[in-house]
Write a protein that binds this ligand. Structure first.
Ligand code: GLU
Length: 279
């Protein structure tokens, strides 16, 4: 009798512990658990650190459209974000190993990536383009790249799209787009290819002003999503709701005007998008 009671208490205590663990989660990995969301918990959030207008680390502050999205999601879900750099090739690993709770970093939703991570979104539609030196006349679009040296980034859709669609191009893959910008300015490559959003930011950057231009012939559709742990449908649904509010409240437009406007970038067809349901 006595033994039975102790067992019952032990089971109750154990259940309470597991529920608490489930509710609060551990930074970077926890499930959000219900309407309370993160309850102010600090979580690691992956962003880009070197993409002006999107995700840029400037001293100890972070700024750009993706940073606004990341902060908005955190605010709606009651999390305190701590930003960490998520370079293109590391994104799936950072998420699947629980080193970040989510990533907002010009992260295209693709079927290949969906095998490893889940996405909320899209929250923006971009397209792949080319960045060249201002005095470049021979490169006018992707069909003029044969024999040219192109730079892109490891683990990006930009690199894989190019290899698939334009195999005659000599592609050099670096770790970050800033390294590609340096190579382009130094004359080590003829062009840099990635999303038009990113390229517009580099062309407008003070250090590059007048030296680089975006060609302006987009040749892919890049649906940006918020990357998160594969199969965490509850969290994905909460992020999706936050993204919908970000758009419907007018914050999306304000953020686009603030961060992409100065580079003269106008969002193309399909913007603002409607986020898909989480599956
Ligand atoms: N949106 C593309 C991608 O997710 C290119 C930009 C990037 O590398 O972040 O791969």
């Amino acid at each position: 009798m006595k033994f039975g009671r102790i067992s019952a208490i032990a089971v109750a205590a154990l259940t309470a512990t597991s529920l608490a663990a489930c509710g609060s989660g551990s930074p970077g990995t926890g499930s959000t658990g219900g309407a309370a969301g993160g309850a102010g918990q600090t979580v690691k959030v992956g962003i880009k650190f070197d993409q002006p207008g999107l995700g840029l680390k400037s001293g100890s502050t972070y700024e750009g459209f993706d940073v606004d999205v990341a902060n908005y999601v955190a605010k709606e879900l009651n999390y305190t974000p701590q930003f960490v750099e998520a370079i293109s090739s590391q994104r799936e690993t950072l998420i699947s190993t629980g080193q970040v709770k989510y990533i907002v970093g010009t992260y295209s939703i693709t079927d290949t990536r969906k095998a490893k991570v889940s996405f909320a979104g899209p929250y923006f539609v971009a397209g792949q383009d080319l960045l060249v030196k201002s005095d470049e006349t021979a490169i006018t679009g992707p069909d003029t790249l044969t024999g040219k040296k192109l730079c892109s980034v490891k683990g990006s859709t930009s690199a894989s799209n190019l290899q698939k669609k334009y195999p005659g191009v000599q592609l050099q893959e670096y770790n970050t787009y800033t390294l590609c910008v340096d190579a382009l300015k130094a004359g080590n490559v003829d062009a840099l290819t990635t999303d038009n959003t990113i390229l517009a930011g580099y062309a407008a950057q003070a250090a590059n002003k007048g030296q680089l231009k975006v060609v302006g012939t987009t040749f892919s559709t890049e649906n940006y999503g918020v990357g998160l742990k594969k199969g965490d449908t509850a969290f994905c649904t909460q992020v999706t709701t936050a993204l919908a509010t970000f758009i419907s409240s007018g914050e999306w437009q304000k953020s686009v005007d603030k961060w992409l406007g100065p580079a003269g970038f106008k969002p193309g067809a399909g913007n603002p998008p409607t986020a898909a349901a989480c599956s």
